[in-house]
Design a protein around this ligand. Structure first.
Ligand code: APR
Length: 238
């Protein structure tokens, strides 16, 4: 591990074109459980499989159950950025990192000071009426009960991408462009299970693809450098 971290330290010290692509594993050291680890959200038992609850059709069919799960499991009050978020923000301030592309919806990268953050799956901090598109503060959902309703009668929903919903075209094309041009692509804290996000790795054409993940991923064999460890701990050593 030491040799790998030393190589990563050299690559990142020498580069001013680093791009980071991350997932839920970046926020576990901030106390937010991920989805597919053994203690992750998808291994806990509910009346319905979580990946069913977090789908567009379930949201339409049973909004009361959706919001009960959402308020209980996806809203993590007072979570703070960890060493991983802070290092990425520091690299951006130093002109070394061009963008963070994240699957996370927790806003911790922005809270750490990152400015160019591409949120592939949206954010719990933005809410809107699905009928008239009127924006609402997140407290309207988080501090309410039952199904949050707009004055127009529509349901107020979080700006997160549910299963069966498409990703924002511009966020995807911007993410692809940053990754295509990256000198160093660091992928961290993601099982690379969910497409189209996981497919972004295919747009990287450099020779400094780094994977930092607690467990093995389907892309380990493609990486130029693989570190199986806690991403906050690893990045704090750079
Ligand atoms: N450091 C490094 N890796 C970690 C850490 C950590 N501290 N904690 C967890 N991990 C790893 C786990 O081993 C796992 O492989 O992070 C990965 C998290 O994978 P998932 O739980 O599948 O999360 P993610 O890849 O972000 O899921 C993608 O699935 O349900 C959807 O929309 C949801 O955005 C999410 C998407």
């Amino acid at each position: 591990m030491e040799e790998a971290i030393a190589r990563l330290r050299q690559w990142t010290a020498e580069s001013d074109n680093i791009v980071f692509f991350g997932g839920a594993g970046v926020s576990t050291e901030s106390g937010i459980p991920d989805f597919r680890s053994v203690d992750g959200l998808y291994h806990q038992t509910y009346r319905f499989p979580p990946e069913t609850i977090l789908s567009h059709s379930f949201f339409k069919h049973d909004p009361a159950e959706f919001f009960a799960f959402y308020r209980d499991k996806l809203i993590v009050q007072d979570a703070k950025p960890n060493a991983a978020h802070l290092k990425l923000a520091q690299w951006e301030q130093e002109g070394k990192l061009k963008a963070v592309v994240t699957q996370n919806i927790d806003g911790l990268h922005q809270m750490a000071g990152s400015k160019t953050v591409l949120e592939l799956h949206g954010s719990v901090h933005r809410c809107y009426c699905e009928k008239c598109r009127k924006p609402y503060p997140e407290a309207f959902i988080n501090e309410g009960t039952g199904v949050p309703r707009c004055a127009c009668g529509g349901i107020v929903r979080p700006d997160v991408v549910l299963y069966e919903e498409g990703l924002d075209d511009k966020i995807m094309s911007d993410s692809i462009r940053y990754i295509q041009n990256a000198e160093v692509l660091i992928i961290g804290g993601t099982s690379l299970n969910v497409y189209p996000a996981a497919g972004l790795i295919n747009y990287y054409h450099g020779d400094k693809l780094v994977l930092i993940n607690l467990s093995e991923t389907p892309a380990d064999h493609l990486a130029n450098l693989v570190i199986h460890g806690k991403i906050g701990e690893v990045l704090s050593q750079l």
